[in-house]
Write a protein of this length. Structure first.
Length: 350
């Protein structure tokens, strides 16, 4: 099956074919903010198999725990507040969810293994809970902070943490009682956020402070703040809980933290700063098996692929970029579907 938006994209291999064989198997979903599209890229071939319309200015993406649904948050719609839901297997749009009074949806995180999605709504300072299968908005919880941008949910689905950029804070929310637990100061420009697999620590990137804060998810105390130069804007914890990857937008690098020591063990160049003053890496995604990371170089209209090592064991000696995937204009939100596409790339026969 072909989609009318489908078109091939160039894959620039940086290593020999042996490294290509080590690339992940599945489908990478990329949201192109300036094109208003969702791009599905088969892995490891790097072929774009579908490019589908979204709403205006899609920023963040998510895939449901069962792998059935893919979601785009249409952040820049001014006349509506919507999510676009796709069949992740057939790569077809299936519904648009209207969030009503909750404006500017951005950060996305599924609650436990359910079909309930937590959505930050920056324009109305809400965390919205919506069932993506039925389209029902189940709750609106006030964050009591400005610029509620990104969200992370504990593995047990009990709590959510929302990063609030202009306030430099994190809102902690009880998802069972559906109420605000407190607002935690972290640092100017609090934006990127993730939770360790054991659910104990919340990592927050404070982009304007060039720092990363670590919060105890139960006591809500700040455990430590460490410096991270270069406008740290997103963070992702590896599935084994041993490392944290932080994209540093103005440095053009990804910083690799040792979670236990909270020190930077390596910085990976993903954008040559000598090529210009473009804003570098933003969105970061780690594959579920922990073997690879994808990083969106938004102003270069590409996603870089980083080899993290065998079965998620990071080898700092060989850690680095192994491929670059050409995308649409201004890629940012990323998600991963753990299966190869059911559709056929343009130019091939079913």
């Amino acid at each position: 099956m072909l989609h009318r938006f489908a078109r091939p994209f160039l894959v620039i291999a940086l290593v020999a074919s042996a490294a290509a064989l080590a690339q992940p198997t599945g489908t990478l979903l990329v949201l192109n903010k300036a094109d208003d599209t969702a791009q599905f890229i088969a892995q490891p071939s790097g072929e774009t198999v579908a490019t589908l319309a979204t709403g205006n200015g899609p920023h963040e993406a998510a895939v449901s725990p069962d792998g059935r649904w893919a979601i785009a948050a249409n952040y820049e719609d001014r006349t509506a507040s919507t999510l676009t839901v796709y069949d992740a297997h057939a790569m077809e749009p299936v519904r648009t969810i209207d969030l009503g009074e909750s404006r500017s949806p951005h950060g996305l995180a599924f609650v436990g293994g359910s079909s309930v999605l937590a959505v930050t709504c920056e324009g109305s300072a809400h965390l919205v809970l919506v069932d993506v299968e039925t389209g029902e908005v189940q709750a609106r919880i006030a964050t009591e902070a400005r610029g509620s941008h990104m969200v992370a949910v504990t593995p047990d689905g009990a709590r959510a943490f929302v990063a609030n950029i202009p306030d430099g804070t994190v809102s902690a929310i009880d998802l069972v009682e559906r109420k605000l637990l407190g607002v935690i100061p972290t640092g100017p420009g609090a934006e990127g956020i993730d939770i360790t697999p054991d659910g104990r620590e919340v990592w927050v990137t404070n982009r304007a402070a060039d720092s990363v804060s670590v919060i105890d998810s139960q006591t809500l105390d700040e455990i430590e703040t460490v410096m991270c130069a270069g406008f740290p804007i997103r963070c992702k914890v590896t599935p084994d809980g041993q490392r944290v990857l932080v994209s540093c937008a103005t440095a053009g690098e990804v910083a690799v933290f040792d979670r236990k020591t909270r020190t930077v063990t390596k910085r990976i160049a993903v954008l040559d700063r000598g090529e210009g003053n473009d804003l570098g890496p933003i969105g970061v995604l780690i594959t579920p098996d922990g073997t690879h990371a994808f990083v969106a170089n938004s102003s270069r209209h590409e996603v870089v692929v980083i080899d993290l090592g065998t079965l998620g064991v990071i080898d700092l000696g060989t850690l680095g970029v192994i491929a670059r995937l050409e995308t649409g204009s201004v890629p940012d939100g990323l998600a991963f579907i753990e299966r190869t596409p059911d559709v056929v790339p343009l130019g091939e026969s079913p």
